[in-house]
Design a protein around this ligand. Structure first.
Ligand SMILES: NC(=O)c1ccc[n+]([C@@H]2O[C@H](COP(=O)([O-])OP(=O)(O)OC[C@H]3O[C@@H](n4cnc5c(N)ncnc54)[C@H](O)[C@@H]3O)[C@@H](O)[C@H]2O)c1
Length: 344
């Protein structure tokens, strides 16, 4: 079968590891070129792949016949690069956050439509083992009807790279939102109706937030809280409340409390909080927490060959950009932001 002629644009921390590794180890792809402005990165890529190396992606687009480009540069660079690559007739995979705001996301979607080329958003947490196990449990109503879902990451680590600077698309809402805001919304499968958010810079240098908290109300009435926070001790990564129990996840260890509350025969009495039918199940969820890049690239290969539809459509990633914009607006203006469905 003809190989997918592939290039990486941005061979940094993520491009050289997660993406290069998945492309390298999948026979469907041929690494034809790598583009990075850093001479050290260029040297590393040349040594590893023996492929063409560029410091200017416009030149790479002129010179190479490419089927697919994976864009893994700084977040503020994604939109322009994506639009240029699509206009040059190449399918594009773009890492998260695919755009710094919804206006950029709309431009990228339009560029894809105009070119007829694929625009593949990288949202690896959708392949995450915990999310997929939770999706099964929610579908089978293991804890009844869900009314509140919390998803959190805690860390006390600082960083001092471009991710601390707003002008480069830094900040933890954009950096972590794909892993924290998107999964609980996908889990419940209901669109976001309104958003309240807080963002704060606490321990990092630069001018971007290193903490965010978003409270979202979904169209079906479920409340979702997503946060990245700075703390020495961990919160549960998931805390899901239903009318027949509670699910608590720490890392990949899940505790499932099933508890159908007793209804007293005498309506003037309180029901007991813990029924005789209560049971607690512990489970270790195996797999990749934020998705297996090899599996995702296999699905990308099948999509590029026209054998399947990519599971994430650009409209879904655009909706996520709109949610991020709403969280930011809510935080800056200290208000609840309603998301209208005609905002695409
Ligand atoms: N789990 C994930 O999906 C995940 C993890 C980490 C990072 N990311 C995302 O990947 C992107 C890159 O993050 P990173 O940590 O690898 O950053 P990085 O700074 O390590 O890498 C960016 C690379 O782009 C190169 N570059 C800059 N300008 C360029 C240009 N004009 N042309 C070509 N190359 C250029 C830089 O030299 C650098 O090597 C970010 O958007 C980040 O959010 C995703």
């Amino acid at each position: 079968m003809k190989k997918i002629r592939t290039a990486i644009l941005g061979y940094g921390r993520s491009g050289s590891s997660m993406h290069a590794g998945a492309i390298e180890q999948n026979d469907a792809f041929e690494m034809v070129a790598v583009c990075d402005t850093d001479p050290e990165r260029q040297e590393q890529a040349a040594e590893r792949f023996g492929c063409a190396i560029y410091d200017d992606y416009h030149r790479m687009l002129e010179k190479e016949q490419l089927d697919l480009i994976s864009i893994i540069t700084r977040s503020d660079q994604h939109c322009e690069m994506t639009c240029d690559c699509l206009a040059a007739g190449v399918h594009v995979l773009v890492t998260k956050p695919w755009a710094v705001n919804a206006d950029e996301a709309r431009r990228m979607v339009s560029a894809s439509e105009a070119s007829g080329k694929l625009l593949l958003p990288w949202l690896p947490a959708r392949w995450g083992c915990v999310l997929q196990r939770l999706q099964q449990l929610i579908a089978e109503k293991a804890i009844g009807n869900i009314f509140l879902v919390r998803h959190a990451v805690c860390s006390f680590a600082t960083r001092c790279d471009w991710q601390t600077e707003r002008r480069h698309g830094g900040g933890y809402l954009l950096n972590w939102g794909a892993h924290l805001v998107d999964p609980p919304v996908v889990l419940m499968g209901s669109p976001v109706q309104s958003v309240y958010g807080r963002m704060k810079q606490t321990i990092n240098p630069g001018d971007a937030e290193d903490l965010f908290l978003a409270v979202m109300t979904l169209t079906d009435g479920t409340i979702v809280q997503a946060e990245y926070t700075i703390a020495v001790e961990d919160l549960p990564s998931w805390f899901i409340q239903g009318d027949c129990g509670t699910i608590v996840v720490r890392g990949q260890n899940m505790t499932l409390h099933k508890n159908i509350p007793d209804r007293p025969d005498d309506p003037t009495q309180f029901g007991t909080m813990k029924s005789a039918k209560a049971e607690t199940i512990q489970e270790k969820i195996e797999g990749a927490l934020y998705g297996d890049e090899h599996q995702i690239y296999e699905e990308i290969a099948q999509t590029v060959r026209g054998e399947r539809t990519f599971p994430i459509q650009p409209a879904e990633a655009l909706e996520l950009s709109r949610i991020f914009d709403a969280i930011r607006t809510a935080s800056v203006e200290n208000c609840v932001v309603n998301l209208t469905s005609d905002g695409l």
